[in-house]
Write a protein that binds this ligand. Structure first.
Ligand SMILES: [Zn+2]
Length: 501
């Protein structure tokens, strides 16, 4: 069955094909929300199956609640598939929609697919993702990661997992085409003081950050702004931690704005009630910290009925551009009116407007904004209206929101320091040790040796494997490893035989 793809979607598929032609096996695709990731994945799945009906294709998500949604899209595209998820036995279906966790726990019993899609690929962190991706690559699979923000939430790069990054059309373009909602953004005039907050794991130390943000004055401002600019709009609000979220929620309720808080410990029933409440208007604001960022889908809670978010309120300062974009993206789904973004966390000044065209790269940096070592300089690209607090791209002489004359002059652009970073040699070594330690058994050791480009991967693997058992490798060990190596090479040559998607 042929799909009618949008032009930008076809263009994206072409880029993928080009990349495969040059021999790349793991590709990270960057696409904004509303690009239609599952539509494109369905298209590729059909195409792969038409070319070779024996090919298997998997689409993996990281949470069970996303599974239902993806599975539904596949059924809508009339793609028969099995589910790789806990509580279900593995079927023999060549096409599977599954969760990373389940695949990880069943690796021993599964054969890698021909094409592996990884959804929300910016979460490709930690052992589970890495192991599954590497296992698939070793088995000759093509891995296609998909994300809106190709950078981990902790700022670390994804280059170890993917060989090339390709981009779909930008958020800005999708807004211009009407596939995403346009927006207006307001920033608080009283920026919270977070100068004393230390860094931790690529972002602010969250308990210190919560102390700085969990204050009646900030709640008060948030309530005031919401009433002024987003009164009645269906809103999702992001806080620093659970307590901060509960406190702010309480302040909104006390101010007569019916609101609800959810977190990871919220039961499924309560979650459903909260989402239903938001859909019906019983609640106006849904408070949370990380839940909605990590791909959690509100509509999935309502058996697919849509909840269109109209406003996004940021109460969580972050150093992570990925986290910031994941927060605001949720409010940009297409709707008749413009979305409203209320920023009480300085995110827009720090990271730019949501539709800023970003130059992503696999080394984890958003090249549009070089790292600064001298603290946070105000963003010269953004002007804040003194009368209505709207923030917009510097340029117009009157505020696009209220029409007031813009008085602020663009600040002088300072020469920025380069972002050369010293390579932490010890960290690289630790990483190598960790990789070696996580390779289970002779099979995986041989595969690791091949991946590392070793001259004699089977000899090395035999040696390490025997050493683990407290002995020296013997002839049998070397022979076993060689057999594995030959099989692996045969398999890869066979699989690499002009395969295309
Ligand atoms: Zn204004």
């Amino acid at each position: 069955m042929a799909f009618q793809l949008f032009e930008d979607q076809s263009e994206f598929v072409d880029k993928l094909r080009q990349s495969l032609k040059t021999g790349k096996r793991s590709i990270l695709g960057v696409a904004s929300p509303a690009f239609g990731k599952t539509v494109v994945a369905s298209h590729i799945t059909n195409s792969v199956r038409q070319k070779d009906p024996t090919s298997s294709v998997w689409f993996l998500v990281h949470r069970k609640n996303l599974l239902r949604q993806t599975s539904k899209s596949f059924w809508q595209a009339k793609i028969e598939h099995g589910l790789l998820t806990s509580g279900k036995t593995t079927s023999k279906m060549p096409i599977q929609v599954g969760t990373i966790g389940t695949v990880y726990s069943r690796l021993e019993r599964l054969a890698p697919p021909r094409v592996l899609f990884i959804d929300e690929a910016h979460l490709s962190r930690g052992m589970m993702f890495e192991t599954v991706i590497q296992w698939a690559l070793d088995g000759g699979a093509i891995v296609i990661g998909l994300t809106g923000t190709p950078i981990r939430l902790d700022g670390k790069p994804l280059s170890g997992l993917y060989e090339e990054l390709i981009e779909a059309k930008s958020t800005k373009w999708l807004i211009e085409q009407g596939r995403l909602s346009d927006y207006v953004a307001f920033s608080t005039p009283d920026m919270p003081d977070i100068s004393g907050v230390k860094n931790q794991a690529g972002d602010y130390n969250s308990s210190q950050l919560a102390d700085a943000m969990d204050k009646p004055q900030i709640f008060g401002n948030a309530v005031k702004h919401w009433k002024k600019y987003a009164n009645g709009l269906r809103t999702v609000a992001y806080c620093v931690n659970v307590k901060h979220s509960q406190h702010t929620c309480e302040a909104f309720n006390n101010a007569g704005i019916p609101s609800v808080h959810v977190d990871a410990s919220t039961t499924e029933k309560e979650l459903k009630q909260a989402c239903e409440g938001l859909a019906t208007g019983k609640y106006k604001v849904l408070f949370n910290c990380e839940l909605v960022i990590e791909g959690f889908d509100l509509s999935a809670q309502l058996d697919g009925a849509d909840i269109t978010l109209e406003c996004c309120m940021l109460l969580r300062p972050t150093q992570s551009v990925a986290r910031y974009l994941q927060m605001v993206f949720r409010a940009l789904r297409r709707k008749p009116n413009k979305a409203v973004i209320l920023d009480h966390a300085g995110c827009i000044m720090k990271h730019g407007l949501p539709c800023e065209v970003r130059e992503w790269s696999l080394d984890g940096a958003d090249q549009t904004k070089k790292k600064k070592k001298d603290g946070d300089e105000p963003n010269v690209n953004i002007t804040q209206c003194k009368k209505c607090d709207a923030v917009f791209r510097t340029g117009p002489e009157v505020c696009p929101s209220c029409g007031a004359t813009v008085t602020a002059k663009p600040r002088e652009i300072k020469e920025m320091e380069g972002d050369l970073e010293q390579i932490d040699v010890e960290a690289v070594r630790r990483e190598q040790k960790r990789e070696q330690g996580s390779a289970r058994g002779l099979n995986e050791l041989v595969a690791l040796g091949v991946r590392k480009g070793m001259k004699n991967p089977s000899g090395w693997a035999a040696h390490v494997n025997a050493a683990r058992q407290g002995r020296k490798a013997n002839k049998q060990d070397y022979n076993d490893a060689k057999v594995i190596l030959n099989e692996l090479r045969n398999q890869n040559t066979k699989r690499d035989n002009d395969f295309t998607i």
